[in-house]
Write a protein that binds this ligand. Structure first.
Ligand code: HEM
Ligand code: HEM
Length: 153
């Protein structure tokens, strides 16, 4: 949905058309940014809960760590990041936020797939797990840096 459609459907919604600050990107509202993050978080929740049910049903908890990170990192942390971006428009649309989005999601998805392979008896997945973990950690670092810009940017 475009920013204009969103604004039309929800009168009074804050809409960004401003690209005057250094590094700011135009034409996407903070509500849209928040919704993208929350939708990603819900996708992790769906996979995490499905995996939890599968683990319980099989009586095989070897993927516990994948389940735990999908739910607590993927669902809880990403939803929180989305809500925080929704609250602080000045950091929701800058280049740091964009880089954060891609590093966080590509990193976490890579980390989860590689961890699942590793825990299923494929130690060859470890280098990929390392790359995914570092990407996800860097993403979190960019988020932290961006949050410290709030109020000053
Ligand atoms: C219907 C949904 C769920 C099912 C069936 C389920 C099932 C499980 C199972 C079977 C384990 C392994 C327990 C063990 O080996 O000791 C586990 C661990 C875990 N689950 Fe879930 N889970 C569900 C939802 C969630 C949600 C929504 C979250 C977080 C928001 C979550 C967070 C965790 C964590 C952090 C662990 C690891 C705990 C530890 O390492 O001691 N789970 N879950
Ligand atoms: C790139 C970032 C991260 C890395 C590389 C990482 C790595 C790890 C490792 C190596 C373990 C021990 C797993 C085991 O003993 O089998 C672990 C456990 C755990 N981590 Fe993380 N973690 C990261 C981020 C997070 C975040 C952001 C959260 C929560 C918001 C989190 C929640 C947990 C929980 C609940 C456990 C215990 C459950 C389990 O895995 O069995 N982690 N993590």
């Amino acid at each position: 949905m475009s920013g204009h459609e969103l604004a039309a459907r929800h009168p009074g919604i804050e809409h960004a058309g401003r690209a005057t600050q250094a590094g700011a990107l135009p034409a996407i509202s903070r509500q849209e940014v928040a919704l993208v993050w929350i939708r990603m978080a819900v996708a992790y929740l769906a996979v995490g809960v499905a995996l939890g049910l599968y683990m319980g049903a099989q009586g095989d908890h070897s993927l516990r760590s994948v389940h735990a990170h999908l739910n607590v990192f993927g669902w809880v942390s990403l939803a929180l990041m989305g809500l925080i971006y929704g609250q602080y428009p000045e950091i929701a649309r800058n280049r740091l936020a964009q880089a954060h989005f891609w590093l966080q999601n590509l990193g976490l998805a890579t980390m989860m797939l590689a961890l699942a392979f590793k825990l299923s008896g494929h130690p060859q997945a470890e280098p990929v797990l390392g790359v995914g973990s570092v990407m996800a950690a860097l993403g979190a670092g960019l988020f932290a840096a961006n949050v410290f810009r709030a109020g000053r940017a």
